[in-house]
Write a protein that binds this ligand. Structure first.
Ligand SMILES: Nc1nc2c(c(=O)[nH]1)N[C@H]1C(S)=C(S)[C@@H](COP(=O)(O)O)O[C@H]1N2
Ligand SMILES: [Mo]
Length: 194
């Protein structure tokens, strides 16, 4: 369902976006099966202490709640989505990310990936989310765990995320190598490279 933005929404709605009331589902490939016994989450790359968590361990990590507006490059935005999960800041500290690291690549099912500068993900609203609206994140929306990066177009929020790699050099991800903008700031309308 789409609506004309009333005045009160204008400063919340980035240029060229409309407000969606439902929660669209968008991804490439099939929803992957989740096996709690074999699932692992890894923190790799330019870190002093690489990490690997089982599902039991991951669920016991510190949890942070975030309410955020999300913006998809296909022009829907959704206001006040409520998430909970492990703050990326926690993993940055736990893995002792090296001072030379400047970028992060999140990796998910079917070789999907998305790249971001480190300073974007050190913001407190970036999560590895496992909970949406108080319930376990549904598989179609990336459960058991997805990235949540509210400040960038939603393709940067990798679903079925199982690895975070810290890097010294940038590595454009799935959409970034297919014509989408590397920076993806919805307020600057960074949708595609010219
Ligand atoms: N693993 C994976 N993550 C992904 C994608 C994908 O194809 N694969 N699509 C991205 C895109 S383009 C969007 S808009 C959002 C959609 O998330 P939703 O289906 O929960 O709305 O997931 C992002 N994360
Ligand atoms: Mo998207």
């Amino acid at each position: 369902m789409t609506r004309q933005a009333p005045p009160v929404w204008r400063d919340r709605l980035p240029p060229g976006q409309y407000v969606a009331r439902d929660f669209p589902v968008l991804h490439v490939g099939d929803v992957p099966a989740f096996d709690p016994a074999s699932w692992r989450f890894r923190v790799t790359g330019a870190v002093a202490a690489p990490l690997e968590y089982t599902w039991d361990e991951f669920q016991r990590l510190p949890v942070h709640e975030v309410t955020a507006d999300i913006h998809c490059v296909t022009r829907w935005s959704k206001f006040d989505t409520r998430w909970a999960g492990v703050p990326l800041r926690y993993l940055i500290a736990a893995a002792r990310v090296r001072p030379e690291a400047r970028y992060v690549v999140s990796r998910g099912a079917h070789g999907y990936s998305a790249n971001l500068p480190l300073d974007v993900v050190t913001s407190g609203d970036v999560l590895l989310a496992h909970t949406y609206e108080g319930k376990p994140l549904e598989p179609v929306h990336g459960g058991p765990v997805r990235m949540l990066v509210p400040s960038r177009y939603f393709w940067k929020s990798t679903k079925w995320c199982t690895e975070i790699e810290f890097r010294i050099d940038d590595e454009p991800g799935f959409w970034e190598t297919r014509g989408y903008h590397n920076d993806a700031d919805p307020w600057r309308e960074e949708r595609y490279w010219e």
